[in-house]
Every structure is written in C-alpha cells, then in structure tokens.
Design a protein around this ligand. Structure first.
Ligand code: CU
Length: 213
C-alpha cells in the first residue's frame, strides 16, 4: 500500500515537472496564444454542450394529463396527481413538459401556462367539444406560476412550482451567454481596432504636416 502511493506520487511529480518545463520553454507570446486558443475552445465546447442539452430535453418531454371541465382540472397522470382536483405540479427548470387535457363537459377550454402576473408563457388551442383533446408543450422556467383555462380562470387554475435554475442556452440565459461571447469577442478585437485607429491617425497627421509644409 505504502509503496503504491509513493509510486503514484512520484509519477505525479514527474508529469508536473515535465509540464512546467514545457511551459518554461515557450516564449511569452506562445503561452498567451495558447491560452487564447484554450479559451476559444472552451467557449465552443460550452455551446456544443448547450445544444446537446436542448436535444435531450425535447427527447425527454414529460407529459401531464388532465381532464378539463368548468368546475376544475382533474389530474390523471403522472401518478402523483392522479385523482386530484386542481393538483399543484412540481417541475424542473430547463426540462420540457407537455400539458395535455381532455374536454369533459363540452364547454370551451384551453390550458395555459402563466407567470405570477398572468402573462401567457404557453397556451394550447381552444377546444369546445366533449372528448376533444389539446396540449401545450413548453420548457419550464422559474417564471411559470400556474396552469389555467383562460375561459374559466377562477375554477380551472392550479399552481406550477418550478425548482432549480435554468442552464444556459434556453430562454433568458441564452441572451446572457450571447452577451458574454460578444463581450469576449470585443475584448479580443478592440485592441486591434485601437491599434488601427492609432496607425491611421499617425499617417493622417504625417500627410497633413506634409501638405502644410
Ligand atoms: Cu375552461
């Protein structure tokens, strides 16, 4: 046991030493360029991860099923809402959900996801025949607060509780990551622009001086 750990430590020390020597051999420019490439690569990798995440979410959309009548929503599936009237639902931020319902009484109904201020996040079509069905598919965001029939908003309404935070690439955060990428790009480009500006200004100045003389 002791012998093994000693060997591992020696191997670690050796590889660290090699790495350090490699870094030291390179010029400052080389190291800077390498870290730039590393940063750009990381940004691209993050983008790829986000894209893959969205694909997974759409493939795994979870369906909630309800019966809808003027009196209330009736939970059918999954099992935690089965048989409940206007059941609260617990969703995970960033995951995709389908809310499906069957019209139980022939009155006009829709199923709408709203935020706490009553703004529509997603909405199914309106159905008004008994036995007709409709659904709405959406990605859960922390803003989602209730599911409701906008025709019968006082009786067909229940809570949506979204836990967790959105990962990058969906809804608001995608704007944040775009801004981050934009800022990074600007940070790399602006010294170049500034150099060009200085260069053009200097040559202009020379030309003017030549004209004046
Ligand atoms: Cu309704």
């Amino acid at each position: 046991m002791t012998g093994d750990s000693t060997t591992a430590e020696t191997a670690d020390a050796r590889s660290e030493g090699t790495g350090a020597t490699g870094e030291r051999d390179e010029s400052d420019d080389g190291v800077t360029r390498r870290s730039f490439i590393r940063t750009t690569g990381a940004t691209a990798a993050a983008g790829a991860t986000v894209a893959a995440g969205s694909d997974d979410a759409s493939a795994q959309a979870q369906t909630y099923r309800f019966g809808g009548e003027v009196a209330a929503w009736h939970g059918r599936a999954p099992p935690e809402i089965e048989g409940e009237t206007n059941p609260s639902v617990e969703l995970q931020a960033g995951n995709e959900y389908e809310f499906w319902f069957e019209n139980l009484d022939g009155a006009p109904h829709n199923i709408t996801i709203q935020d706490a201020q009553g703004n529509v996040i997603a909405q199914s079509e309106l159905i008004q025949e008994e036995g007709a069905t409709a659904s709405v598919t959406f990605t859960a965001t922390p803003q989602a607060a209730q599911y409701i029939c906008t025709i019968h908003p006082t009786t067909m309404v229940a809570d949506v509780n979204v836990t967790g935070e959105l990962e990058g690439g969906q809804g608001g955060p995608s704007i944040e990551s775009l801004a981050l990428v934009g800022a990074l790009a600007l940070a790399f480009v602006s010294p170049l622009l500034f150099a060009l500006f200085l260069f053009s200004r200097r040559s202009d100045g020379t030309d003017e001086a030549a004209v004046r003389r």
